[in-house]
Design a protein around this ligand. Sequence first.
Ligand SMILES: *Cc1c(COP(=O)(O)O)cnc(C)c1O
Length: 497
Amino acid sequence: MNRTYYSKLIFELSRPGRTGYSLPPCTMTGHDLNTELPDALKRQTSPRLPEVDEPTVARHYTNMSGNNFGVDNGFYPLGSCTMKYNPKLNDEMAALAAFGRLHPSQPAETAQGALEVYDGLQRMLAEVAGMSAFTLNPYAGAHGELTGLMVIRSYHRKRGDTRRTKIIVPDSAHGTNPASAAVCGLQIVEVKSKPDGTVDVDDLRPLLGDDIAGMMMTNPNTLGIFEREIPEIARLVHECGGLMYYDGANLNPMLGVCRPGDMGFDVMHINLHKTFSTPHGGGGPGAGPVGVRAGLEELLPNPQVVRQADGTLALRESDGALGQISSHLGNFAVLIRAYTYLLTVGRQHLRQVGQLSVLNANYIKESLKAYYELPIGGLCKHEFVFDGLRPEYGGAHSEADHIRTLDVAKRLLDYGFHAPTVYFPLLFHEAMMIEPTESESKETLDAFIDVMKQIAEEAKEQPDTLRTAPHATPVRRLDDVKAVKEPRFTYFDYEQP
Ligand SMILES: *Cc1c(COP(=O)(O)O)cnc(C)c1O
C-alpha cells in the first residue's frame, strides 16, 4: 500500500491501554513511596501521552525520517546558508568516546586532548582568515556577530570614546547583521548598493563621523559579488575612527585564495556550520568563532584557551576581556568536525575548495541565464541571484502569466531537489539565491540545470502545474509563516483549536 495513503488511513495511532514496554513489578521493600514523597512532588493527574506499541513507534519515526530532505539525500542549493556535504569521518571524530565522555567542568589538566583541538582550530582559523586570534565560544553566526560587535564597543569604551553608537550596514546584508547590532545597543545606519550590487562608496562618505563605531561587511556579499572597494572603504572607516567588521559566514569562496585580515578588517566571525563541516538546518547546532586583528586579542570573551610556559593548555579568565558569552567552550562537537575537516582537506588543497565552489556557481548561472532573469551579470563567487523567470517564460516581470519564484521553488520539490533560498536578498522582488558548493559532481549540477530548464518550459506551456506544485510531497503548500511562528511539536497540541 502507498505509504502516504496508509498513514492517512490510520492517522491517529494511539489506542487506550496499548504500551510499548514492560516493567518488572517494584521490588523495593521497606519504603512506601506514597507516604515518603512529599505531595508537592506527586502528579495529581496522569501524564497525557499517546498509547502505542513499539512497532508502531518504530514505523512512525522511520517513515517520518523518510519525509525529511537533507544534503545526504539530495542536492540542496541554498544560497547564503551553504548546505554542503559533510564527510562522515567528521561525525565519527565528534562521536569518539574520548570526547563524548568528557565533563565540561572537569579540570583543564585532565582535558588536554580536547584543549589541543580547541587550540589547534583557533590557530588554523587565524591562519585561514589572516587574523591574530580567535575565540571559538559563540554558538552561531549571529552569536558571533553579537560577540564581535561587543568587542568593537568595548574597544571604543576602553579608549573613553563613548560617542560611537552607530554602525554602518549595507542594504544587501544578511538580516542577522542589523539584528545583532540592535541587540548590542547600536543604531543601524544603512549604506546603499550600486546597481552592480557592491557598496556605494559615495553613499558611504557622508555617513562617516565621530559617532560611527564601525562598519559591517559581507564579502563576497549576499549577491555573490566580490566587494572591490574594500581597501578604500576600510581606509575611510578607519580614518573616522571606526573598526571594520567582516561577516565571514560563507568563507567557502575565499578559502586559500584571500584573507579578510589582509583586506583591513579588524573583527570577524566565521560560520563553522557553513564552511567547515557540520550538518545544520532546523536551527543548529553551529558555531560562530570570532577573530580579531593584533591588538584586540585581550578583548575576546572568557574563558580563553592559552598555552602555558610548560607547554600545557589552560583556561584563562582575563579582566579586560568580555564576560562569558556561552557555557564553557561553545558547541564542542562542531569544533571537532571543523578541526577534522581542515586536517583532512589540508593546507595545500584548501584553495581548491574556494575555486570549485566559484566554478560550480558560475556554471549553473551561465547555463540558466537564458531562462531566468539575471539582474547582476558577470563573474559571481560561490553564489548568485536570479530575479525569477525571464519574461518570455512567464516570469513575474512579464505581462503574461506571472509565475513567481515561489512556484518554481515548490515545483523543484517534485523533482527531488531542495529549493534555493527565495525572496532574499530583499534587493529584488523575485530573488532566488543559488549556491551549489564545491562538493557536487558535474552530473548533479547538470541534472539540476535540466530540471530548472524543464520548469521554465512548464511555466510557459502549463503554468497551473507550477501554481499548484508540489504534487509529489506528503504535504502540499503550507502556510510557511505559521509553520515557523506557530510550530506544534507535541502530540496533544493538535487537540487545541
Ligand atoms: C548564515 C549567515 C549568517 C547567520 O548565521 P547563523 O549561524 O544562522 O546565525 C550571517 N551572515 C551571513 C552572510 C549568513 O549567510
